[in-house]
Design a protein around this ligand. Structure first.
Ligand SMILES: Nc1nc2c(ncn2[C@@H]2O[C@H](COP(=O)(O)OP(=O)(O)OP(=O)(O)O)[C@@H](O)[C@H]2O)c(=O)[nH]1
Length: 342
């Protein structure tokens, strides 16, 4: 085993974990990091909650073109539970390529799902020997949606289930208070006081579109095991059970063909009006009748936007993918209503 000297640490690949509740701005930050001129070769591990993935499509098109060496690995499921072994496997694969001289890596970014507890992800870097020899947890950055965080911190959870939003704030080494454009100065002050009460160490930086200095995030030696153990003495114990709120679920829709834009707009409008409070997140890439480019739909509760995206058809085909994550969702109804727009 490598001794824990400064030299041994310096030889390990620094890992940045991006966390934050659904829709807080993790992918926005990831795009910002990947397109910034830092000259580092970064591997990205994306984790999505639910069987239909959309995040790969939301990564800036130029990300891949400009950074051909970028390695993007996807994992489905909850990174903090079932797919932890997948995370270890992905990291081992990267380690093997680095050892074989096929790959040079200056850092690894892991974007967790918005419903992940970051603790088990962080723990992976301390309890798995092969991972520990190759990489070191450099920092946990938590994105906070200034507009919606309070309602998530306040949410009552069933007995035994964790409040993920609280855990994400508690485990942060850096807190990025994002979406400052959507709230007032008074709101920001109140939210900062809430964050401070949960985590008194992490610096809080206000931002819009997660536009922060990338140098303040990469290779910063932000993670402090002692402080984490002080907060959570069970941090390194691997048999700790954790449960999620079973009423929160994800519906993945993947439909062939084109949708009628007016019908989809009406459906979305009604859905957000009637169920916006419990619709944590919707995101989709849709093929629309009469348009060559695909439309990207994003919603976080009732805040939503449409953008258009020109993608090569051979890459996408004419199909639409949509993910809806929320509380007490009627999966069959959502599927049927969307199918009626095709
Ligand atoms: N108004 C506003 N919108 C923002 C800001 N930052 C991000 N958004 C939007 O918020 C939505 C969610 O952003 P993402 O970056 O996809 O959030 P995420 O945390 O990756 O979402 P999940 O992966 O689904 O948890 C998108 O529509 C973004 O364009 C901001 O500062 N202000």
């Amino acid at each position: 085993m490598l001794p824990n000297t400064a030299e041994a640490l310096a030889s390990k690949v620094p890992v940045l974990v991006l966390t934050g509740f659904l829709g807080s701005g993790k992918t926005t930050l990831l795009n910002h990091i990947l397109t910034a001129p830092h000259g580092k070769r970064l591997a990205v591990i994306e984790n999505e909650f639910g069987e239909v993935g959309v995040d790969d499509a939301l990564l800036a098109e130029n990300t891949r073109v400009q950074h051909e060496e970028q390695i993007i690995e996807m994992m489905n499921g909850c990174i903090c539970c079932t797919v932890r072994s997948d995370l270890i496997a992905v990291l081992q694969k990267l380690a093997a390529r680095v050892r074989a001289g096929e790959l040079r890596l200056d850092g690894i970014l892991i974007e967790t799902t918005g419903l992940a507890d970051p603790a088990p992800v962080a723990q992976t870097f301390f309890v798995d020997y092969s991972v520990k020899a190759f990489a070191r947890l450099d920092g946990i950055v938590t994105l906070v949606d200034a507009r919606h965080i309070e309602q998530h911190l306040d949410e009552e959870k069933p007995e035994g289930a964790e409040n993920e939003a609280v855990e994400q704030v508690a485990f942060a080494d850096r807190l990025l208070l994002n979406k400052v454009d959507l709230v007032s100065e008074a709101d920001l002050g109140r939210v900062e006081a809430r964050l401070r009460a949960i985590n008194r160490f992490a610096p809080i930086q206000r931002c819009e579109q997660a536009a922060v200095d990338v140098g303040s995030l990469l290779d910063i030696r932000g993670f402090d095991l002692e402080r984490t153990l002080e907060m959570d003495p069970e941090f390194l114990s691997t048999d700790g059970e954790h449960a999620h709120d079973a009423s929160v679920s994800s519906v993945g829709i993947n439909e062939e063909g084109e949708v009628d834009f007016e019908l989809v707009q009406d459906w979305v409008h009604t859905l957000l009006q009637t169920q916006g409070a419990r619709l944590y997140r919707m995101k989709g890439v849709l093929s629309v009748a009469g348009r060559r480019e695909q439309l990207v739909f994003q919603a976080v509760h009732m805040v939503f936007k449409w953008t258009s995206e020109l993608r090569r058809e051979e890459e996408t085909g004419r199909r639409s993918r949509l993910v809806v994550i929320g509380k007490d969702l009627d999966h069959a109804q959502l599927r049927a209503d969307f199918a009626a727009c095709v």
